[in-house]
Ligand binder design. Structure first.
Ligand code: PMP
Length: 464
């Protein structure tokens, strides 16, 4: 039996993990060969591995360490709440102080009449609950046939059965898994960089809206209950939709009593400078917002489905119904206390303002990488950025997949102490929102050096 009193060294940890853990998104071959990098410590934007090496974390954990790591105030909040009330369930008619306060705080931050909150364990479970709430609401409205939903190609909404069926990143759709096909439809990704040849942005937008209308006509609008969209598609490659796309889709949804669910698991809590991006950045008023990640800056798992008074009123109308959905850890007092402290820090340190100024510099610095020969596109807003590497800038042709160019660039950057996330031929960044201008220069210069190095290597290898 493993003795928990003896502390293992870095190599033992590597071995234990290698022998017993199945990580999210495990690629079995490389994992069995190389195992995983064991992380040990974090402070601000920096991480240290178990061997003592230091990395600047431009990945922000996983789009989530918004206020940065190692915050004493958060640790103290956790300890105080754990001692006071470490758990209390929120089923039916019980609540706790942090959960009640956080629900009220989120209602005050969310746009329009989004005044109701259902806490979940993360983003996937918030999406699952939103999907169920579409059915519940439409049924309460006397429209029980409005059960089908529309989402987009290259979207990522989570990793439960339903949330992964709503998402559709091609690489995730492995043949060994089954996805729910019936009643979940997808339309094109609004990626202007990959728009049909010769279309300007306005024409591309018209084209996408026409596709949405055609899809609605095909399914029958009376059968469609909800539309799911990340305002900026995050893990699908940081896709910023063309100007006017989201408001036009939202207007069509309203016209047909289709609920608009904005998946703000990444875009909320300051990632692009707002509490929520839907209204502030894109001018849309969703019926529901899903949130997680930056809600606690990653310190503890928590998600929230924030929905409108209108939906609440319809569901509660006859006073008889039960919303039979929720989790043991919904409204967890420690998680909610952490979220409250996290929001307090974002407010008191002017972190949204930092995103507006330093984040804008970050965006501008990253966009200058398009001057490099191998960089076809740099897109995103503020601290949510993606670099698309290509073989040929004019044809936008990709490098062969097996070259794994994103991973090679990430490895080259890591050798210089910078972590960026590889996603196929892309490199994605979502650093903590506390970056300084010096940090921006470090990330920009290091990534530029890494891209130049890999481009030179590929030229030497004769592949570009
Ligand atoms: N929605 C979006 C937009 C996401 O990026 C993610 C996670 N990357 C999720 C949902 C799922 O969240 P979680 O992993 O907390 O379940």
């Amino acid at each position: 039996m493993l003795d928990l009193k003896t502390l293992p060294g870095p190599d033992d940890l590597w071995q234990m993990d290698r022998d017993h853990a199945l990580h999210p998104w495990t690629n079995f071959g490389p994992f069995e060969r190389d195992g995983a990098l064991v992380m040990d410590r974090g402070e601000g934007c920096w991480l240290w591995d178990a061997g003592g090496r230091r990395y600047f974390d431009a990945v922000g954990g996983m789009w989530c360490t918004n206020i940065g790591l190692g915050r004493r105030e958060i640790a103290e909040t956790m300890a105080e709440q754990a001692l006071k009330l470490g758990f209390s369930n929120s089923f039916v008619d019980t609540t706790n102080g942090p959960s009640a306060r956080l629900a009220a705080k989120l209602a005050s931050l969310a746009p329009g009449d989004l005044n109701r909150v259902h806490f979940t364990t993360g983003g996937s479970t918030a999406i699952d609950t939103a999907y169920r709430m579409v059915h519940f609401f439409q049924s309460c409205m006397g429209r029980p046939d409005k059960t089908q939903v529309i989402a987009r190609d290259y979207s990522y909404h989570g990793s439960t059965y339903i949330s992964q069926s709503i998402g559709k990143r091609p690489g995730d759709r492995v043949p060994q898994f089954r996805y729910k096909e019936s009643g979940i439809h997808h339309i094109s990704v609004p990626n202007f960089y990959r728009a049909p040849e010769g279309m300007d942005e306005a024409a591309f937008c018209d084209h996408l809206v026409a596709e949405f209308e055609a899809k609605l006509a095909e399914i029958g609008p009376d059968n469609v209950g909800g539309f799911f969209a990340e305002p900026i598609q995050a893990s699908g490659g940081v896709i910023v939709p063309p100007e006017g796309y989201l408001p036009r889709i939202a207007a069509i949804c309203r016209q047909h009593d289709i609920l608009f669910i904005a998946d703000e698991v990444v875009t909320a809590f300051g990632r692009i400078g707002h509490w929520f991006a839907s209204l502030s950045e894109f001018g849309i008023q969703p019926d529901m917002i899903t949130s997680a990640k930056g809600l606690t800056s990653g310190y503890i798992p928590l998600g929230a489905l924030i929905f409108s008074d209108r939906i609440w009123q319809a569901m509660a109308a006859d006073g008889e119904r039960w919303f039979t959905s929720g989790f043991t850890y919904s409204g967890h007092p420690v998680a909610c206390a952490v979220a409250l402290k996290n929001i307090e820090i974002i407010e008191s340190e002017g972190i949204l303002e930092n995103v507006m100024t330093v984040g804008a510099e970050f965006e501008a610095r990253m966009k200058r990488l398009t001057d490099l020969p191998m960089v076809g596109d740099v897109r995103g807003r503020k601290f949510m950025i993606c670099v698309e590497n290509v073989a040929d800038k004019s044809s936008r042709e990709l490098l062969p997949e097996e070259l794994d160019v994103g991973k090679r660039i990430a490895n080259a950057a890591e050798a210089m102490g910078l972590m960026v996330r590889p996603l196929g031929h892309l490199n994605v960044m979502s650093p903590p929102l506390i970056l300084t201008l010096d940090d921006v220069a470090f990330v920009g210069d290091t990534l530029e050096t890494a891209i130049r190095k890999v481009a030179d290597d590929l030229t030497r290898e004769g592949v570009r």
